[in-house]
Design a binder for this molecule. Structure first.
Ligand code: CUA
Length: 225
């Protein structure tokens, strides 16, 4: 989860989020180079003479400043496209979790295991334990095994919600009447927090998501209870 003064991206807990961070850094580096170049050129305009007896045309420079930005954009476009298709790839999931957005809580179904289902509500501040996280902790967490491919099906029962977990690089809209799909692979144990990120009504801020990532044998123990 995000803690104090963490203004950047959260540490990744899945390979795809790692790739997203790499892409962010790559794009940011290109952006900084362009900003410095354009800033330098704009600064140099202050010292321009406004007269040049021999300037009639500039075919070469026009060619350069047309083609060069196009090439730079390709260096962003291809990695972006690669990631886009990578994020949509489903690799034989060993587990499917269905999450349904409601005003204002999430409910979950483990369709592979006797259709276990439960609701997950935020714990109100006045009922929070001392080690709880305000506006982030829920009464019933999702328990998932680490090191396995997990498929998520997202939908909603009333209005549009969005199932979002920054550390896993997951953000899928839950839309009434539609079933959206995504997948992820958690590569370490821990608690991963997320929030609804589609403005869904008065209590939009109060329907967080908590994933408890555990080793597979712990997960089997939990699911058989
Ligand atoms: Cu549900 Cu915002």
């Amino acid at each position: 989860m995000s803690t104090w003064a963490n203004l950047g991206l959260q540490d990744s807990a899945s390979p795809l989020m790692e790739q997203l961070i790499f892409f962010h850094d790559h794009a940011l580096l290109i952006l900084i180079m362009i900003t410095i170049l354009v800033g330098y050129l704009m600064f140099m305009l202050f010292f321009n003479k406004y007269v040049n007896r021999f300037l009639l045309h500039g075919q070469l420079i026009e060619m350069i400043w047309t083609i060069l930005p196009a090439i730079i954009l390709l260096f962003i476009a291809f990695p972006s496209l690669r990631l886009l298709y990578l994020l949509d790839e489903i690799n034989e999931p060993s587990l499917t979790l269905k999450s349904i957005g409601h005003q204002w809580y999430w409910s979950y179904e483990y369709s592979d295991f006797n259709n276990i289902e439960f609701d997950s509500y935020m714990i109100p501040t006045n009922e929070l334990s001392t080690d709880g996280f305000r506006l982030l902790d829920v009464d019933n967490r999702i328990v998932l095994p680490m090191n396995s491919q997990i498929r998520i099906l997202v939908t909603a029962a009333d209005v549009i919600h969005s199932w979002t977990i920054p550390a896993l690089g997951v953000k899928v809209d839950g839309t009434p009447g539609r079933l959206n799909q995504t997948n992820f692979f958690i590569n370490r144990p821990g608690l991963f927090y997320g929030q609804c990120s589609e403005i869904c009504g008065a209590n939009h801020s109060f329907m967080p998501i908590v994933i408890e990532s555990v080793p597979t044998n712990y997960f089997i123990k939990w699911i058989s209870n």
